[in-house]
Ligand binder design. Structure first.
Ligand SMILES: [Zn+2]
Length: 423
């Protein structure tokens, strides 16, 4: 069992080890995967990680197109099903579910990577941790196993009853709670939690937990420190986890996954360096059941590689949003979570909930972009407030909007993920 608290002494050393793993992974794909034999036909696979950008991407729909009744996993399956010890499903928010098979070593690596990511937050053996994911069929289940690996007192509560969760917080006095940022926000509407036992809020499942104003609202409301984690079903859960320095999420799945950032439009690779941003592209390094090469995650991230105060050496990211949620207005990319961040500054006059309502089908929109903004509980629809928000959105995000102030309680609450765009 790998020590989940050991991080690489230097990123260069890790990168050299990853290069070796990557070459072995490519040979494995070529030997076992009909999907990759076809995809890589004619490609020069001898260049190692330094030349990974010369190899083709893998898109989720390509893999799904190879599913048959004989092989419902897809033609990237490399291991016999007799060696598979677990099959997860993706939640299928953008279509029918995909099946994610894991061998015993795949599962072990998932749990190890997730444990590193969550341990970075500071949660430690002996602490009480309440988790709220109804993970059953989903890859988050492996992330929950990570809490056992760290050695915390794990109290799975699940979602479905906020009253039961609040009672557990009151009676069992946890040190930390694991939930989506949306749910962390919603619970504050139900109860004043600033005096609760909770010292750490570990958010994951959707972007937003790292946006300064939104994070400050959660930290104030809970009287606790907020750190994020992030993964993607097809590659692994909780691949990234933020440390107590709160300076972005460290790659906890180092050694198992290689990360790149590319231009979302052209696919051109960008250098991993402080301030770089683009779409995250991930490659398995030591996966056995159904490894993926240069998988396009549709997550847009900002990157840092400079030393972190915590001493961990792996790159860090902050997720800006999902491609699926992004709209483009006159050439400017607008993420709804960024709209929410700007609007949050108008609290306490607004609740902080927003809904972007595109008028045209597809990503490209003509200005003004309609945005519904929920008022605070006692708030009134003051035209001056709407104008001020419109002005701030224009200044900060360079987008013309049509702001509609809607009454408190009219936008959706969720114990899982929020809908920020109406399609
Ligand atoms: Zn750190």
């Amino acid at each position: 069992m790998t020590d989940v608290f050991a991080w690489p002494s230097s990123w260069e050393a890790q990168r050299a080890a990853d290069d070796k793993s990557f070459r072995e992974q490519l040979a494995y794909l070529l030997a076992r995967s009909p999907f990759y034999r076809e995809k890589l036909a004619g490609a020069d696979t001898s260049g190692g990680l330094d030349e990974i950008a010369r190899l083709p991407f893998t898109e989720k729909h390509e893999v799904k197109a190879t599913c048959t009744s004989d092989n419902p996993i897809g033609a990237h399956l490399c291991a016999p099903m007799s060696e598979v010890v677990r099959v997860y499903s993706t939640s299928g928010t953008t279509g029918a579910p995909s099946y994610i098979p894991l061998t015993a070593s795949d599962l072990e690596n998932w749990v190890t990577g997730s444990a590193r990511s969550y341990a970075a937050s500071g949660v430690a053996k002996g602490e009480r941790v309440i988790t709220t994911y109804n993970a059953g069929p989903f890859v988050a289940g492996a992330a929950l196993d990570a809490f056992g690996r760290i050695g915390v007192n794990h109290i799975p509560v699940g979602t479905g009853s906020s009253e039961r969760l609040l009672l557990a917080i009151e009676q069992l006095r946890p040190d930390a709670v694991v939930l989506t940022p949306s749910y962390a926000e919603y619970l504050l509407e139900l109860r004043d939690l600033s005096a609760s036992s909770v010292r750490r809020i570990l958010v994951a499942g959707e972007p937003g937990g790292g946006e300064p104003a939104f994070r400050a609202k959660l930290e104030r409301g809970w009287g606790a420190r907020v750190t994020e984690a992030m993964g993607i079903g097809d590659i692994g859960p909780s691949l990234w986890g933020e440390c107590e320095a709160q300076a972005g999420m460290h790659l906890g799945a180092f050694g198992f996954v290689h990360a790149e950032v590319v231009d979302p439009e052209t696919g051109e690779a960008r250098k991993l360096a402080d301030g770089a941003s683009g779409e995250l592209v991930l490659t398995h390094l030591r996966h056995r059941a159904a490894p993926l090469l240069r998988f396009r995650t549709r997550d847009h991230v900002e990157v840092w590689t400079s030393p972190c105060a915590c001493g961990r050496t792996t790159p860090r990211v902050r997720c800006l949003g999902r491609t699926d949620d992004m709209v483009i207005v006159r050439g400017v990319n607008v993420f709804p979570s960024a709209v929410r961040e700007v609007v949050s500054a108008f609290a306490p006059r607004v609740s902080g909930r927003v809904l972007v309502r595109p008028t045209a089908a597809g990503v490209k929109q003509e200005p003004p972009l309609p945005v519904a903004i929920e008022l605070a509980e006692q708030g009134t629809a003051d035209p001056a407030l709407a104008a001020a928000i419109r002005g701030r959105l224009r200044d900060v995000l360079v987008v013309q909007t049509d702001v509609e102030l809607v009454p408190w309680g009219s936008l959706q609450r969720s114990d899982y993920k929020s809908t920020l765009v109406e399609r």
